[in-house]
Structures are given as structure tokens and as C-alpha cells.
Design a protein. Structure first.
Length: 431
């Protein structure tokens, strides 16, 4: 099979479903020799910040260790979900492993059904990391945690579980309360394992603490660390953190919310080093995190005109986005958005409406996209003058209106951000 044929095969599969467990992927892995048992894993769950945390850890460790990373969704192609260091899986390896998975699938279909899209990609990452003998695999949970396809590792394989910011999202799958959602995320904690969380909400921490206690896990909190942002603007962020002594860190990335993700990555690696599980110095962490970049997350893709992309795909993401842009000096904000239908789009529009008086909505070429006409109608209720255009027309529309000192902000689903990024940087995101 070719790469394109494998992609077509997996895109026909169901992406999400209500499930009480992940038995199917476990049974499949058993049939092929349980390659997941040969990995050493850093596992990251949460609503927002998972991908950034994975990326920070990968960028810090890649010079000393052979590090595999698995994230979702992809920004350009399916291959960029699976990397070793900065090198994504080749289309040839993607096709070869994909064909192998398809050939073995009949062994489980009768009893457990067909693999879904995310299970398929998780298995591909595991096979690839095992084949390439990575030292550490850093894996992002797809959705939830307890029943997620990535939640197949024991304390024998898992070095640490990290739980980033939790908020209301995927309610149709994870539950209608923050406690239910936190319970799903806390499911990645393993018996007698090590866990770190960046959350501060007492309701969320109560759930995580209970899970950790039930599993006799050792838990740490970034809320217990003293930290302070020293500078935050369009050139990056400087912050200090007390780890025994005060240590100063710099990020090339912009957006205050990245400090929370950086704290999670830094503290996790600091703990693993302190326990002798990995070997990394604070000086190396500081040097390497500074140069870490993460496409599609508060990414400046053009300086003239100034265009920023941010995959703020839910209400919590939008709240953190507007907190960040408060630090940026701009005369007028031009907004381009597209929001998935399962998100709290009215709350998202209300949150950002005080920063601009106009917005262009783009029809997302994806089945979960909210109708731009519906968004336009909702936006008017918050005093926003709204129009509907294609990605290309929206960007050109604001380029014509742009004056020095303005900001064009493109936000919403990462699927949409991927399309907009491809339009601006002139590549085909659908390859």
C-alpha cells in the first residue's frame, strides 16, 4: 500500500466513540507481541497544553536521548504526529507500518471490531518507536485519559504521568461536570507511579488527589512552586522559577499560557533527574527550552503584516489567548475564526468580543465545523460585525485593511489553523 492509500483507509474509520475502556487496542498489541512493553514513556493528559508540554520535553531531551513524540491532531500531514527528535516518520515507514496493521487487524475484528482512527495511529507510533529503539517516548493523550488508546502502559513502562490544564471540553464523551472530566484525565495515573499536575482548581485537584491516593502514586504540583513572569511580549517570555534557588528561563514562544506548560515540562524533568531516572542539568533545560518552537500555537507567521496563529480550540483556550494578547501593543485587532460545532462557541465569541469589533468566519472543510452563518448570527449578539469568507479571501481582506501597528489574529480549531497556515506559508496542508 502507498502512503495515500493508508491515509484513505484510516480516514474512513470512526474517530471518537463512547467507551468504558481500551480493550481493543490492548488485544491488538497482544497479537503482535506487545511492543508497548518495551518502551519507556512520559504520558501527558489534559484539556489544553498537552501538545506544548510534549513538545517542550522533546526539545529539551532530544540532544541527550533518542526521543519519540506522538501528538494530535497533525498540523500539516499525518506524519507530523509521529517524530523522533525533530524528524517525522517518513511516508514510506507510515505506509509500511500501516499496511502491517491492516494485515493483522482480522485477528481482532470478529471479537472486538475494527480499530478506530486514533487507535490505528497510536499503534503505528508504538511500533515505530519500538522498531527505532527510542530511549523515551513522550505521548499525548488523544481525549480523556482513562479510556484513551494511549492509556495502555503500566508503572513498569511509564516514567511519569503529567496532567495539564483541565477545562470543560468533549462533554459528550467525558461528562458534564469538571469533576467527571478530571476523573477521565486522572485515569492515566498508574499504580505506585509518579504524577505531576499543573492544575490549581480545588475541584480538579480533589479528583486527581483521590486517584493518586487510590493507586499509591507519588504526586507533585506546579502550584507549589514559586514563579513569576518577568517579561512577556512579541519577542518572547522571561520568567523565573524557584527550584531550591531562583532560576531564570526564557522562551522564544509567545503567550503567557506557555509558561504554565513550560513549568510542567521543566518540573517533570527536574523530578526525573532528581530521582535518577534521567540525567539532565538545569542549565541544559534552560538552554534548550529557550529555542523550543511549536507551530500553530501563538505562532507569528508574518511580521509585516503582523499575523499570529493560535489553535485556541475551546473556551479555556480563548480565555488564555486573550490574557496573552493583553501584553501585545496593537492599534486594531482583525480576527479570523472557525470553531468546531462541539465547542462552547457563544462563550468563546463573548470572551473575545471586547478586543475587536469585527470578525471573519471561515467555513471549516470538516464535518464538525460550526456553520459560519450560525456564528455570524451569534457574533452580532456580542456587537461584532461579522462576515463569511474563504481562508484565502479572509486573509487578503484584512491585508488590504492592515496598517502598521495592527494585528491579524487567526484562531479556532487546529484543523482550521493548519489550513490558514498553509495558505500564508504557501504549502499544501492536505498532502
Amino acid at each position: 500500500m502507498t502512503y495515500t492509500e493508508v491515509v484513505k483507509n484510516i480516514e474512513k474509520r470512526i474517530g471518537k466513540f463512547k467507551s468504558k475502556g481500551n480493550l481493543r487496542i490492548k488485544k491488538f498489541l497482544e497479537k503482535i507481541g506487545s511492543p508497548e512493553k518495551k518502551l519507556k514513556v512520559i504520558h501527558v493528559a489534559g484539556t489544553n497544553g498537552k501538545g506544548s508540554t510534549v513538545n517542550f520535553i522533546k526539545d529539551i531531551l532530544k540532544e541527550d536521548y533518542k526521543v519519540g513524540s506522538f501528538v494530535s491532531p497533525h498540523l500539516i500531514t499525518y506524519c507530523d504526529r509521529i517524530k523522533i527528535g525533530d524528524q517525522e516518520i517518513s511516508q514510506e515507514d507510515f505506509a509500511e507500518i500501516g499496511q502491517f496493521i491492516i494485515s493483522k487487524e482480522p485477528k481482532i475484528i470478529e471479537d472486538y471490531g475494527e480499530l478506530n482512527l486514533f487507535e490505528f495511529l497510536t499503534i503505528m507510533a508504538i511500533i515505530y518507536f519500538d522498531r527505532e529503539k527510542v530511549d523515551i517516548a513522550v505521548l499525548e493523550v488523544g481525549m480523556g485519559g482513562r479510556a484513551d488508546s494511549t492509556n495502555i502502559f503500566t508503572s513498569r513502562e511509564k516514567l511519569i504521568s503529567i496532567i495539564t490544564s483541565i477545562s470543560m471540553d468533549h462533554m459528550e464523551y467525558l461528562g458534564d461536570t469538571i469533576e467527571e472530566i478530571a476523573d477521565a484525565k486522572a485515569g492515566i495515573i498508574t499504580d505506585h507511579g509518579l504524577v505531576l499536575t499543573t492544575n490549581r482548581d480545588p475541584k480538579i485537584l480533589g479528583v486527581i488527589d483521590r486517584e493518586a491516593e487510590e493507586k499509591s502514586a507519588e504526586i507533585y504540583y506546579t502550584k507549589d512552586l514559586e514563579s513569576e513572569i518577568l517579561k512577556s511580549d512579541l519577542r518572547g517570555i522571561d520568567f523565573k522559577l524557584k527550584l531550591g534557588d531562583w532560576e531564570e528561563f526564557s522562551l522564544t514562544q509567545i503567550g503567557d499560557y506557555q509558561v504554565e506548560n513550560a513549568l510542567g515540562a521543566v518540573y517533570a524533568l527536574y523530578l526525573l533527574n532528581k530521582k535518577g531516572i534521567i540525567k539532565i542539568s538545569l542549565d541544559d533545560i534552560k538552554d534548550r527550552i529557550k529555542n523550543s518552537t511549536w507551530a500553530g500555537r501563538m505562532e507569528i507567521v508574518s511580521r509585516d503584516p503582523l499575523i499570529i496563529l493560535d489553535g485556541a480550540h475551546n473556551f479555556d483556550g480563548i480565555k488564555k489567548l486573550v490574557e496573552s494578547i493583553d501584553n501585545f501593543k496593537f492599534k486594531k485587532l482583525y480576527l479570523i475564526m472557525s470553531i468546531l460545532s462541539d465547542k462552547e462557541h457563544k462563550k468563546m465569541l463573548e470572551e473575545i468580543s471586547s478586543y475587536t469589533d469585527e470578525v471573519v468566519f471561515v467555513n471549516l472543510d470538516y464535518k464538525r465545523g460550526t456553520s459560519p452563518e450560525e456564528l455570524k448570527k451569534e457574533a452580532s449578539g456580542y456587537g461584532l460585525k461579522a462576515e463569511v469568507m474563504t481562508v484565502e479571501d479572509a486573509i487578503n481582506h484584512y491585508k488590504k485593511k492592515y496598517e502598521d501597528g495592527d494585528l491579524i489574529l487567526i484562531t479556532g480549531s487546529l484543523y482550521f489553523v493548519s489550513e490558514a497556515r498553509a495558505e500564508i506559508l504557501n504549502y499544501d496542508y492536505r498532502v
